[in-house]
Design a protein around this ligand. Structure first.
Ligand code: DAH
Length: 339
């Protein structure tokens, strides 16, 4: 009997079950009413009295071991079943590597954030636009060279439909549906028929700003742009405005900031002038207000427009514009810390 108990003890030790059903079958085989251990219990009464104590202890040990082992097998099979339920082999393996924001997005967000703090709200418009919103409502003469095939991508079947060549079109989109006060910032992609090189691309990104209200002055424009430049490029940054021409603003100006590479002393980056150009701006031409349903006798406004690639170049010294659209992860990963 002792030998039989020992044999079963070793057997129990080795038991295996991969499902709950298999574990239950083992329970019935060893611990069930008609199981092997109960058979031994029945034989126990035949054990000589002097051996009863020793054999009894062994038998109890076998029963406990078998119970423990089979419970453990059941539990393991149970959790195994849950894993199988939840296991989706098509899922991406962990850990999922986080990507980085694109430098253009990083800088766009920063520009939008600075102007949001000044009370500007976000406005967007379509990239595929009509001539009215891109040109006519912005006071471009019918024969203005910007409408020329050289610059504008036309949608062939519709000579009136173009890929917008600037985000100024969003000014018109906002003014036609809203009366002043208007204070919007409009980021977006624009397209021009340019040969692709390190310095030019057929698509790039701009941010347009528009403020229309009573008594808006050129001084307001200058102060807002100074604040923007200092937030973007550092407190020491100086600005200067040079007279310029845009069909939609009068007077118009181009804004330069002091070169942050040489601190304004002059270097090859700023072509030894100490200044670099960053945006166009001016007072909204009364003709633009009128074309968009706003009374120019009551309201005045200012507008500005800047290239995001240009600002990004100044901040991060990216030498080749093509890098922005090549999706080279070695380049993109360089902006990890700016995210
Ligand atoms: N639309 C101009 C461009 O694409 C940029 C610009 C200049 C926008 C002056 C403005 C502005 O709103 O006032 O070059």
């Amino acid at each position: 009997m002792t030998a039989k108990i020992q044999e079963l003890l070793e057997e129990v030790e080795q038991l295996q079950a991969s499902t709950k059903e298999e574990a239950e079958a083992l329970r019935i085989k060893y611990l069930g009413k008609k199981g092997l251990i109960n058979d031994l219990m029945a034989d126990f009464r035949n054990v000589p009295a002097e051996m009863k104590k020793e054999v009894g202890m062994k038998l109890n040990e076998l029963k406990n071991k078998a119970q423990e082992k089979i419970n453990a097998l059941k539990e393991a099979a149970d959790s195994q079943d849950h894993v199988a339920d939840d296991l989706d082999l098509t899922r991406t393996a962990y850990p999922i590597q986080l990507g980085t924001r694109h430098p253009i997005t990083i800088v766009k967000n920063e520009i939008v954030d600075i102007f949001s703090r000044l009370g500007f709200t976000l406005a967007e418009g379509p990239e595929i636009e009509d001539d009215w919103h891109v040109y006519s409502s912005m006071n471009f003469a019918d024969d203005h060279p910007a409408r020329d095939m050289q610059d504008t991508f036309f949608v062939e079947a519709h000579p009136d439909i173009v890929l917008r060549s600037h985000t100024s079109s969003v000014q018109a989109r906002v003014m036609e549906r809203q009366q002043p006060p208007i204070r919007v910032i409009c980021p977006g992609r624009v397209y021009r028929n340019e040969a692709i090189s390190a310095r030019a691309h057929c698509f790039f990104h701009q941010v347009e700003g528009l403020y229309v209200d009573k008594n808006v002055s050129f001084t307001d424009l200058k102060q807002v742009l100074l604040l923007f430049a200092q937030e973007m490029f550092g407190k020491e940054t100086k600005i200067r405005l040079r007279p310029s021409y845009f069909p939609f603003t009068e007077p118009s100006a181009e804004m330069d900031i002091s070169c942050d590479i040489c601190g304004g002393k002059g270097c090859s980056f700023c072509k030894h002038t100490g200044w670099v150009e960053i945006l166009g701006c001016g007072m909204v031409d009364p003709a633009v207000l009128e074309a968009n349903g706003i009374d120019s006798n009551v309201y005045t406004g200012y507008a500005f427009g800047m290239g995001i690639e240009r600002i990004t170049n100044l901040k991060y010294k990216v030498k080749d514009l093509r890098m922005f659209s090549e999706n080279d992860t070695r380049f993109l990963e360089e902006f990890k810390s700016a995210n």
